[in-house]
Design a protein around this ligand. Structure first.
Ligand SMILES: [Zn+2]
Ligand SMILES: [Zn+2]
Length: 134
């Protein structure tokens, strides 16, 4: 894995870099991630906040007391989930990386709200709610 990964939004107004190895890479099937992304599943990589830097101004929406979802005010790409629970962590959306294949998913979480008929028949661990320890 490259030490620094680069990503950007759809229009290019926002770009970012993440350094080092992520703490976790998970598919999230929760309703908030479905609504925020407009996709059946959200693929995020969790980093220490200081490992991620970005250029350009985001708009942030507080989707729960635990976090802010940052998106591009021009094109709407969802780029970051900033944990405001005191953990000092920030999640990037893996599909916005220039090389999303660099961070393969490790598990599925919140599968109890997975969209019926969406096939997740891979061999990864799955958790009905949040993954333990995250
Ligand atoms: Zn954009
Ligand atoms: Zn979620």
């Amino acid at each position: 894995m490259a030490d620094i990964l680069h990503g950007h939004c759809l229009c290019g107004a926002l770009s970012y870099q993440c350094r080092g190895k992520p703490l976790a890479v998970t598919y999230c099937h929760c309703r908030a991630c479905q609504l925020a992304s407009g996709a059946p599943v959200y693929l995020g990589a969790l980093y220490p906040r200081e490992a991620v830097s970005w250029q350009g101004a985001t708009t942030a929406y507080r989707s729960s007391p635990l976090g802010l979802r940052h998106f591009c005010p021009v094109c709407g790409s969802t780029l970051f989930y900033e944990c405001t629970d005191g953990s000092g962590q920030l999640e990037i959306t893996v599909p916005t990386l220039e090389h999303p294949e660099a961070l393969p998913a490790e598990c599925h979480e919140w599968t109890r709200s997975a969209i019926p008929g969406f096939d997740i028949a891979d061999a990864l661990p799955r958790h009905p709610e949040g993954a333990p320890g995250l």
